[in-house]
Write a protein that binds this ligand. Structure first.
Ligand SMILES: [Zn+2]
Length: 303
């Protein structure tokens, strides 16, 4: 048995995963509303949450820590082999959680970028299993990704690389968190999509994601919403076609909160891509994730 941990912007989730990539049990804690005083307290919160989740799972499913062969962690941004870095929500700049957990449990701990972990889960056991050249694209708060060529995850030496979210698609576009203008994620992220729907259709700024989605679905046949979606798809297609033109993947699997709109977005995107893809004979399948929110836990267990 292995333990997979997914540290996201809004939650910490820990699962016990078997050798077939199946989650035996999991514990999730919402951390989106937690405000921590300082970095040290935030670090403590993360460690205490994970320890409590591991202990609860071991007890509930009647395992000893000796039954666990490894612990994997999926973390946002650019984690090192033993540390998570730059967690924006919790304001943690650096936390050597790998070493801390290794010392506590005497089990090897591996850490990788969450987009890569989710991609690994889809490639190993999910909807990318049968494709050797393929891409996982997680569109949520930002845009995360993993690229596989000849069945291997492509990994640069320094950081996690493949920052498709910060691929500039309009040099005069909106300002991105990274300091550049017109990055792909300033057009394609679901955070941006939600913000733009609220602004464009004058909804309350506090409108929840589910209600934004409800609004879009109810008004989908109106001229204004149709045009809005068309515009979103146009920008999405520019970014996705750049990726297709570079890698010529057999398939792209989409994850993140993008999934809630996949029935609206994917057929339109497929149509639009015909215009932008350079080599027309490249037939790239557009798929949705099999594991949804569990992809991070499963992928982390496979590190
Ligand atoms: Zn950027």
């Amino acid at each position: 048995m292995k333990i997979g941990i997914d540290i996201g912007g809004s939650h910490i989730a820990t699962g016990i995963v078997n050798e077939y990539g199946e989650i035996i049990g999991k514990e999730t804690k919402d951390i989106s509303t937690i405000k921590t005083e300082n970095e040290e307290k935030a670090g403590q919160l993360i460690i205490e949450t994970i320890n409590a989740q591991i202990e609860k799972l071991l007890e509930k499913y009647d395992y000893e820590i000796d039954d666990i062969s490894k612990i994997g962690i999926a973390a946002p941004g650019n984690p090192t082999k033993k540390a998570i870095r730059n967690l924006v929500n919790l304001k943690v700049k650096y936390l050597e959680i790998g070493t801390i957990l290794e010392n506590k449990y005497n089990v090897e701990v591996y850490i990788k970028n969450d987009g890569k972990c989710s991609g690994i889960a889809e490639k190993e056991f999910g909807n990318l299993k049968k494709y050797s050249d393929c891409i996982f694209l997680c569109i949520g708060t930002g845009v995360g990704s993993a690229v596989f060529m000849n069945d291997e995850l492509l990994e640069p030496k320094i950081n996690s690389g493949f920052e498709f979210g910060h691929m500039v698609i309009d040099k005069n576009g909106p300002l991105c968190n990274c300091g550049n203008k017109g990055c792909f994620e300033t057009y394609a992220s679901m955070k941006r999509f939600k913000k733009e729907v609220i602004k464009k259709f004058k909804l309350d700024v506090e409108t929840k994601s589910e209600d934004v989605q409800k609004y879009v679905r109810e008004k989908i046949e109106t001229k204004e919403v149709k045009l809005f979606i068309e515009n979103y798809i146009e920008n999405l297609a520019v970014g996705v076609s750049n990726i297709i033109n570079i890698f010529e993947p057999e398939a792209i699997c989409f994850g993140g909160s993008f999934l809630y709109y996949s029935d609206i977005f994917l057929p339109r995107l497929e149509e639009k891509l015909k215009q932008y893809v350079f080599n027309k004979e490249v037939k790239c399948k557009l798929l949705c994730t099999k594991f949804k929110n569990d992809a991070g836990i499963i992928g982390a267990s496979l590190l």
